[in-house]
Ligand binder design. Structure first.
Ligand code: GLC
Length: 565
């Protein structure tokens, strides 16, 4: 750990009440689409290192880097062929060390993605499993089973994989393996001690290299009950299963795995952090977020919330309560590499299905782009004022909308092909970032980017927004700087009696966040405006706008306007 991180401006990570991750702004980098240093069209570690000054100026506390490991990219790098190396096409271990040093030197922590539910089918252990006989120790590390039918010619069950198509792949001789995601992502057998041991080695490998934390992919999968008889897809989906009784999601014994991981994390000084990507009901999240487990869990509830005051408030109240009960802090997310960017979601009429919109090439229904950005900025400012950690996704600081009209031939996400062209997938939020207004790939690299960038990218580039105080980039920088300055204990008090469509809360230290989710203006409360997500009037907050107000110091406007004493 460098001096910068140990400096008094950064709370000591060892104190669980003030640990850095509890109220951090974590910026997600999808490395192959961030910055390309060698002009091959794919972002790389050196490109990211060169752009650390951008992240420092933005003011983030940590970077979460999506997988950078050797991968055939059957699922954007979430098919990992070697968990303890860097994909040679995007860097080397030495360049990884340089990245850690550059980030730490700028006071930014690094969280890496760990993908423990499955490996790539190129992983040496899977190659060995294929070469070995049914029932061999090599096959025991994965989930192999005999198929149904006289010769095992039918899959063991009718389960469907997440990206579409059957969840079992035939390897010959009536033997099949399970893949909850793409066929190139065989599921590990977590009942196998070698699998457990190997993951501990992986976590220690990166923790020893200075990684500060881990984002745990599909953390609610891993352990499975595959005893006979296996249920049908319809039985699994019936929805009336008691908690923990699903055959492969959110099983109670997965927490034994995380207890082991926690012991390893806590053997480091400072302890390594972890955040679970667990798509589980809110009341089951505490198990992942507890201090004996991973310590924190994503809550994706605001992703599904309409842009509406009551819905935002209810979601926040519930999540603050659940996180506190779990001994953790809450997390807030509006965009990531798996969902349509929030500037585009908010550009659609209420209730519109973002996936169907993508399938129409971004035309049906017609998006209101200006409104989408206005609401996106208002929602982001609301999130950044909350207690807890906010996870930002690369490019949202530029107000990037989804690239919804990627041609079918350019699509990389397995969702597109595996769903038979009925779901477009996630490439539209993974298009490489624009850094400059012109040039091949808008400053991303020296040649065309691996996913085609749209012609309208230029004005959204970092360079084009840099000096414009009204730009989304300037707004994010201001928001993060004010957040850092105003940051206090994890408490909030809602203001009551506000006009319909307005949500507002006060934070310790004397500041208020007010969001006008409606379309008509509302009165601007007293106080000094330190941030607004869009233009505001002297006395009014326009619709779809958030303001942060700091109490006037004694003798200021508040005192003058208040009752005489
Ligand atoms: C997670 C990742 C997603 C990936 C999947 C399988 O949901 O966020 O991108 O496809 O896991 O690893």
């Amino acid at each position: 750990m460098t001096d910068v991180l140990d400096s008094p401006t950064v709370p000591a990570a060892a104190d669980p009440r003030t640990a850095w991750w509890r109220q951090a702004v974590v910026y997600q980098v999808y490395p192959r689409s961030f910055a390309d240093s060698n002009g091959d069209g794919t972002g790389d570690l050196a490109g990211l290192t060169a752009r650390v000054p951008h992240l420092a100026r933005l003011g983030v506390d940590a970077v979460w880097m999506s997988p950078f490991y050797p991968s055939e990219l059957a699922d954007g790098g979430y098919d990992v062929a070697d968990h303890r190396d860097v994909d040679p096409r995007i860097g080397t271990l030495e360049q990884f060390d340089e990245l850690v040093a550059a980030l730490h030197g700028a006071g930014i922590r690094l969280v890496v993605d760990i993908v423990p539910n499955h490996s790539s089918d190129r992983h040496p252990w899977f190659r060995q499993a294929l070469a070995a006989a049914p029932g061999s120790p090599e096959r025991e590390r994965y989930v192999f089973r005999r198929g149904r039918g006289e010769h095992g010619e039918l899959p063991p069950t009718d389960w469907t994989a997440t990206f579409g198509g059957p969840a079992w792949e035939h390897v010959g001789g009536g033997e099949w393996y399970l893949h909850l995601f793409a066929p190139e992502q065989p599921d590990w057998n977590w009942a196998n001690p070698q699998v457990r041991e190997d993951h501990l080695l992986t976590l220690a490998f990166w923790a020893d290299r200075g990684v500060d934390g881990f984002r745990v992919d599909v953390a609610h999968a891993l352990t499975k009950d595959l005893s006979d008889p296996l249920p049908s897809a319809a039985e699994l989906a019936a929805g009336d299963l008691p908690d923990g009784a699903h055959r492969f999601f959110d099983r109670d014994e997965v927490h034994e795995v995380y207890r082991e991981w926690r012991a390893l994390f806590d053997s480091y000084d400072p302890p390594r952090t972890a955040v679970a990507e667990a798509w589980v009901p809110a009341h089951r999240r505490a198990r992942y977020a507890s201090p004996e487990g991973l310590g924190q869990a994503f809550n994706f509830d605001l992703l599904g919330s309409p842009f509406e005051a009551r819905s935002f408030r209810t979601t926040v109240e519930e999540n603050l309560r659940l996180a506190a009960a779990a001994g953790s802090s809450s997390t807030w997310v509006l965009s990531n590499h798996d969902v349509v960017r929030h500037a585009s979601r908010y550009a659609l009429p209420e209730g519109a299905d973002a996936e169907a919109w993508l399938l129409s090439g971004g035309t049906e229904p017609a998006p209101d782009t200006a409104r989408g950005l206005r609401r996106a900025r208002a929602a982001t400012a609301f999130l950044l004022a909350l207690p807890g950690s906010t996870y930002l996704y690369q490019g949202e600081e530029l107000g990037l909308p989804e690239v919804a009209d990627l041609p079918a031939a350019a699509l990389q996400d397995p969702t597109w092909l595996r769903s038979g062209g009925t779901r477009k997938g996630r490439d539209g939020c993974r298009v490489p970032l624009p850094w400059s207004a012109q040039g091949p790939s808008f400053g991303f690299g020296a040649g065309p980017a691996h996913l085609p960038q749209p012609s309208w990218y230029g004005p959204l580039a970092v360079e084009a927004q840099e000096d414009d105080p009204a730009s989304t980039l300037a707004f994010y920088r201001r928001a993060l700087a004010e957040r850092r300055r105003l940051q206090g204990p994890e408490e909030l008090t809602w203001l009551e009696g506000l006009p319909e469509g307005v949500a507002a809360f006060r934070r310790p230290g004397g500041w208020t966040c007010l969001t006008n989710f409606g379309t008509g203006p509302v009165a601007l409360p007293a106080g000094r405006v330190v941030l607004s997500s869009g233009p505001i009037g002297e006395t009014l907050v326009p619709g779809e706008t958030t303001v942060w107000l700091e109490d006037e110091p004694r003798g200021g406007r508040l005192d003058q306007e208040g009752p005489t004493r």
